[in-house]
Design a protein around this ligand. Structure first.
Ligand code: OGA
Ligand code: NI
Length: 290
């Protein structure tokens, strides 16, 4: 696995990281297939896509930026939102059967990302000279994974619409497959925004809030957004990895010392805290700080 960093800042207390990884063990041809089934799905007639439409009150399934324009304000985006783990939580009726290979490919992709996530959780422990499984044990075996295919349609007035509003991810890690041609993702560091370049075959890795907590603030979850393109549509696929909501997370023991006191509370079901704070316009990580 090789990391290519952009927007990386380091001081004695924390590491703000936005990285892309290559040589991660997932075959570029397989990544192409994943990209292709996503694009094929979005390319279907609306009537066909609506077979998998999000139900009232739910969040999984397909949603269309036109139908949603009232409640989504300025996020101009088509989405397919599917929980892929644990397997017994899959709502298969919302998993497209067109293209035919969609379900099988998403299943396989989930397994590959799960492996990669384990590798990364071990790698950060080793990098901090901690016991290799300290993050992985807290993450647990019955974790959740959520995939979102995002299609940002071209927008004639990018000044009026943002692709995706500034936010940090609530995950442990997020694995993002960018569009192969169209840029749009940006990270904020201090005030300025930095573009994330497109690197073929790479994953963009976002540190989520839950790694910020587990690492006692050594890794910070960065604020990012997506800006619109006037002429070209952009597709991305994000896979969020979360611990099981019943599992408690907290700073790992080896990272709480006299010189670096504990900065975060013990948390459970972090995603529900996200929803509460989002409505109040606050960053959920603030609620986790001591
Ligand atoms: C997200 C996200 C970025 C992208 O869904 O949380 O940051 O490029 N997506 O779609
Ligand atoms: Ni995000």
């Amino acid at each position: 696995m090789r990391m290519i960093s952009y927007c990386i800042t380091y001081n004695a207390h924390s590491l703000n990281f936005g990285v892309q990884i290559i040589n991660h063990g997932i075959d570029p041809e397989f990544m192409d297939k994943v990209d292709e089934v996503g694009k094929q799905f979005f390319g279907l007639p609306v009537e066909e896509k609506k077979k998998y439409a999000r139900e009232n009150g739910g969040y999984e399934g397909y949603s269309n930026h036109i139908i949603d324009s009232k409640d989504q304000a300025f996020d101009w985006i088509d989405r397919l939102y599917l929980v892929t783990k644990p397997e017994d939580k899959r709502q298969l009726k919302l998993w497209p059967e067109n293209p035919q290979s969609f379900r099988e490919i998403l299943h396989e992709y989930t397994a590959k990302i799960e492996k990669l996530n384990e590798m990364l959780l071990k790698a950060i422990a080793r990098a901090l000279t901690l016991e290799e499984n300290c993050f992985l044990d807290m993450y647990g075996e019955d974790a959740s994974m959520l995939s979102i295919f995002n299609l940002y349609p071209p927008c004639p007035r990018p000044d009026l619409a943002i692709g995706l509003k500034p936010h940090a991810d609530a995950s442990v890690f997020t694995y993002l497959m960018q569009d192969k041609e169209v840029e749009g993702l940006q990270f904020q560091k201090d005030d300025p925004w930095y573009k994330v370049p497109v690197i073929p075959g790479a994953f963009v890795i976002n540190v989520g809030d839950q790694i910020e907590i587990m690492s006692n603030g050594i890794f910070k979850s960065p604020i990012h957004r997506v800006v619109k393109n006037t002429e070209k549509g952009r597709m991305s696929l994000v896979m969020f990895c979360f611990p099981n909501p019943n599992k408690e997370i907290e700073p790992v023991k080896g990272l709480v010392t006299e010189t670096r006191p504990r900065l975060y509370k013990t948390m459970k079901d972090y995603t529900s805290i996200v929803v509460e704070n989002y409505q109040k316009g606050r960053r959920p990580i603030e609620a986790a700080k001591i």
